[in-house]
Design a protein around this ligand. Structure first.
Ligand SMILES: *[C@@H]1O[C@H](CO)[C@@H](O)[C@H](O)[C@H]1NC(C)=O
Ligand SMILES: *[C@@H]1O[C@H](CO)[C@@H](O)[C@H](O)[C@H]1NC(C)=O
Ligand SMILES: *[C@@H]1O[C@H](CO)[C@@H](O)[C@H](O)[C@H]1NC(C)=O
Length: 392
């Protein structure tokens, strides 16, 4: 029972770390007049979030840009069809005008010292509106995405207002990094604001590919083949446990990061990648529990434990590999990474095949010897696909 309690505490601790991440979702934002948007993205800088609905039938997008700002300042969100920074930015700006009324104007920046005034953009703006509450501006607009493109450079900003017009913004820190590209179709964003996100996605990918994708199969190979050799007992067992436990720890760190990335992003969720990930976490946690509840070698239930342990273990490995490939498709990194992983996993597979061939004769010889000795030996025929475990 005590052995059971410890993992339970560990598990609830893990969940207490993870649940707040799940709650931080831009999907939970609400808007006036029951406006709803299909996608959202935390832009990462200047406390800004973009929500939008893209209409493929007419190439327009309804957007809601939300950003924290003092009521005396302005916020702006822009599409830049020709560049990536301020020059060429077709902006919608929200601020309190000289009469103290929240207003939204459009302005296309062509130099770094503009006199901002309401003027036409290079693409059509069907509607625009702004409001201010709870220390946040919200800009609502419907725009025709220029050139019917769905991936566009976007820039956002916050700064000071003087005499009822936006005049300047800070020239350092987040204010000069707040640009990126937004895919209005899929919700992916990258660039400065998004690049930390991309960076974290890569970290998630590396952690999980190494742990779930390499260490775990390696640990299984160690257990399956090394234990056949007498000289490797009990070293194989400690190697196996060390391998799987470090894989679990690294894997759960990467998994938590993955969940956080999933919860932060847009309306797009990679459902199957996420669900397989959650299933993997549960199964792997079960394996850790099981280690603590492992019956003694001589216990008659040990064979059932072995069946359970092997089937869950192989299941975790197969699901992990499937999910890593799903992850590659989502992240779409340079092909070389996918090839590198295929090479690693093929090498492990090759090693496993060779060891399979090398160890079967040893196992068979040992098995026939032990059945000569006793027909009812504790080491009876192996019915569950794994081979006879002579040493564990
Ligand atoms: C674009 O199409 C959507 C439906 O697909 C419609 O609701 C929206 O009003 C259209 N927008 C414009 C500006 O025509
Ligand atoms: C964008 O595509 C839609 C549908 O394909 C079309 O109706 C619309 O005129 C296009 N807009 C522009 C600016 O090319
Ligand atoms: C802005 O665009 C509208 C319609 O597209 C046009 O009627 C108006 O003259 C333009 N204004 C300026 C200042 O160019």
């Amino acid at each position: 029972m005590a052995a059971f309690m410890r993992p339970a505490i560990l598990l609830s601790f893990l969940f207490s770390l993870i649940l707040p991440c799940l709650a931080q979702n831009c999907l939970s934002d609400t808007f006036s007049n029951n406006r709803l948007y299909t996608l959202c993205s935390s832009l990462g800088l200047l406390s800004a979030t973009l929500h939008w609905t893209y209409h493929p039938s007419n190439g327009t997008a309804d957007i809601a840009y939300v950003a924290q700002q003092e009521s005396s300042g302005f916020v702006a969100w822009a599409i830049n069809p020709s560049g990536s920074d301020m020059i060429g930015a077709n902006s919608i700006l929200a601020f309190h005008d000289s009469a103290g009324v929240v207003t939204a104007i459009t302005y296309e920046f062509s130099n770094y010292t503009p006199s901002v005034r309401d003027s036409n953009l290079s693409f059509r703006v069907y509607s625009r509106e702004a409001e201010y509450s709870d220390g946040k501006y919200t800009i609502y607009a419907t725009v025709a995405l220029p050139g019917n493109r769905t991936t566009l450079n976007t820039v956002w900003q916050a700064g000071q207002v003087s005499g009822g017009v936006p005049v300047s913004h800070a020239l350092s820190g987040d204010n000069i990094k707040s640009m990126g590209s937004t895919d209005f179709l899929t919700g992916e964003s990258s660039g400065s604001g998004g690049s930390s996100r991309l960076h974290r996605k890569n970290i998630h990918g590396v952690l999980d590919a190494v742990s779930w994708g390499v260490l775990m199969p390696l640990g299984a190979i160690i257990a399956r083949y090394l234990k056949v050799f007498k000289w490797a007992d009990p070293a194989w067992f400690y190697l196996h446990v060390a391998c799987q436990c470090s894989a679990y720890i690294i894997g759960v760190a990467g998994w938590g990061l993955g969940l956080k990335l999933g919860s932060e992003s847009n309306g797009i969720t990679y459902d199957s990648h996420r669900n397989i990930g959650i299933a993997l976490f549960c199964l792997a946690t079960l394996q850790i529990f099981a280690l603590l509840l492992r019956p003694n070698k001589k216990n008659k239930y040990r064979i059932y434990w072995n069946i359970y342990h092997h089937s869950v273990g192989y299941c975790v490995i197969i699901l992990s590999i499937v999910n890593i490939f799903k992850g590659f498709d989502i992240l779409d990194p340079a092909k070389k990474w996918k090839r590198a992983y295929i090479a690693v996993i093929a090498t492990l597979g090759g090693i496993a095949l060779v060891l399979e061939a090398v160890t079967w004769p040893i196992v068979l010889k040992r098995r026939s010897r032990s059945s000569e000795k006793s027909h009812h030996g504790a080491n009876g025929a192996n019915v569950y696909g794994g081979r006879q475990n002579q040493v564990a």
